[in-house]
Write a protein that binds this ligand. Structure first.
Ligand code: FAD
Length: 180
């Protein structure tokens, strides 16, 4: 709407909640402890979600999708996630999907990183987007940085200029590699 060009597009990610008949965490009698967040080198990840587990993966094909396309990619569980989890632990051989949903990464094609700060010319336009799937971790710092920019017209706590919009215009990537 502002007529500004940002290389950020919606990429779909599907999450699955699974019930595990023989939990790798054991039972009340034999407790193996909580499963930590596990990220397999293939990009399949899994963590406890109450008495269930939450899991997802990096898709093989990862095109931009329509803004209103939230249809889960059911096949990712059978094709990618389940075989990978079962390979890591026999406990994951007998599982049942009990819920799934899709969300969008605001994916920055340039460097998979956030875009924060003022537009160099349209000075009253402040970016905070392009988090590429790691925005919960960066959100608190981005929010504080944006509020400092608005109130003081400068960053005070953390200098966030490295992830400003200028790098987009200058085609100067600030690469984030750890993206699932
Ligand atoms: C499946 C999935 C897994 C993720 N996992 C992780 C993770 O493990 N760790 C991590 O750090 N990050 C993760 N993320 C990324 C993280 O969720 C996002 O980066 C973060 O939520 C972005 O925050 P935001 O405030 O920029 O946008 P959002 O959280 O999307 O907030 C935007 C808000 O604006 C509202 N809105 C939109 N349009 C309008 C309008 N016209 N008027 C008024 N309101 C409007 C929306 O309803 C929404 O509430 C994940 C994302 C997805 C999809």
């Amino acid at each position: 709407m502002a007529g500004l060009d940002v290389p950020v597009e919606p990429r779909k990610r599907t999450l699955f909640v699974i019930d595990c008949a023989k939990s790798p965490e054991g039972t009340a009698n034999v407790n193996h402890g909580r499963l930590p967040l596990m990220i397999d080198p293939t990009g399949v990840f899994c963590r406890p979600e109450g008495r269930f587990f939450l899991t997802g993966c990096a898709p093989v094909e990862d095109p931009a999708v329509d803004w209103d396309d939230f249809e889960p990619r059911y096949e990712e569980f059978e094709d990618i996630i389940w075989p990978t989890l079962a390979e890591r632990s026999a406990s994951f051989e007998a599982v049942k999907v009990i819920n799934q949903w899709a969300g969008h990464y605001d994916f920055n094609r340039l460097d998979h990183n956030l875009v924060v700060g003022r537009h160099p010319e349209v000075r009253n336009f402040v970016f905070a987007n392009g988090f590429s799937g790691h925005g919960l971790q960066q959100g608190p710092a981005a929010g504080r940085g944006v509020s400092e920019l608005i109130i003081y017209d400068e960053y005070r706590s953390l200098d966030l200029r490295e992830v400003g919009y200028e790098r987009i215009v200058e085609n100067r990537p600030f690469i984030e590699k750890a993206v699932i």
